[in-house]
Write a protein that binds this ligand. Structure first.
Ligand SMILES: [Zn+2]
Length: 253
């Protein structure tokens, strides 16, 4: 049986361990890049998978995120993979896209991700404030969009977080899950980035430990420039070999 209180505590402790406070929205992509020994791979993993976590005995771990999912869903998936990285004994975890489905450990990892990205006290404060502004004192699509934009998660992740709380009943949640969000978010003045997949040029990328390890081997003369290039190309980092990133040259800002 899933122990929700325990998952909430684990999420709070990991936020603290990683240097985050207990309530603010987290830039989880930047946070992942600060974890020692972690390589992050963005790759289109198809329609059914959200991500993977592959651990090794020597502390060189890999998290893969399905870059064909929306940015909000990718952020949720990263928090889900944190559960496997820190609290799951399995060395390899392959994770389904559908939230709150499958084995107990997968559903637990989803709840952990919810608590990690949307801590209870901060969520309650925001939800209370928003529902008071609504005439019927319930959360409708507009309020849900403000919540998911504040915490930087997908619409589905925000709805599942509030399901089984006094804020959303089953019928309200079902209705919300079937609504198109992007145009409403734009009409409220938000960017639609959260609801879009990674740009084509960023769907295949590797960041973190693998890249820095290869750079170190090269700079210490332990691998040739040809081998270094090969390693970068294997990691979809042709931009580091040919400088062909679509973002143009360096801009000092
Ligand atoms: Zn999982």
């Amino acid at each position: 049986m899933i122990n929700y209180a325990k998952l909430m505590t684990m999420a709070a402790l990991l936020r603290k361990q990683l240097g985050e406070d207990s309530s603010s929205p987290v830039d989880i992509i930047a946070l992942a890049q600060r974890i020692d020994g972690l390589t992050i791979v963005y790759y289109p993993l198809g329609d059914n998978l959200s991500g993977m976590c592959i651990k090794s005995q020597n502390g060189n771990n890999v998290i893969a995120i399905n870059s064909a999912m929306t940015l909000g869903r990718q952020r949720f998936s990263m928090a889900h993979e944190f559960y496997h990285l820190y609290y799951d004994d399995s060395m390899i975890s392959v994770c389904a896209k559908k939230i709150d489905s499958g084995k107990e450990i997968e559903r637990g990892a989803d709840m952990f991700a919810s608590y990690f990205l949307m801590p209870d006290a901060a969520l309650v404060m925001l939800a209370d404030e928003l529902k008071e502004k609504n005439a019927d004192h319930r959360l409708t699509l507009n309020e849900m969009i403000r919540i998911e934009q504040y915490f930087g998660v997908s619409h589905q992740a925000a709805v599942y977080r509030l399901l089984h709380t006094p804020y959303l009943n089953d019928e309200e949640a079902n209705n919300l899950l079937n609504l198109s969000v992007r145009s409403t978010a734009e009409s409220l003045g938000y960017s639609s980035d959260l609801y879009c997949p990674s740009a084509e040029a960023k769907r295949y990328k590797t960041y973190g430990n693998y890249i820095s390890q290869a750079e170190q081997l090269f700079s210490r003369g332990l691998i040739s420039s040809g081998k270094h290039e090969e390693l970068m190309l294997d990691a979809f980092r042709s931009d580091l070999v040919y400088g062909d990133d679509d973002e143009g040259g360096d801009v000092i800002d």
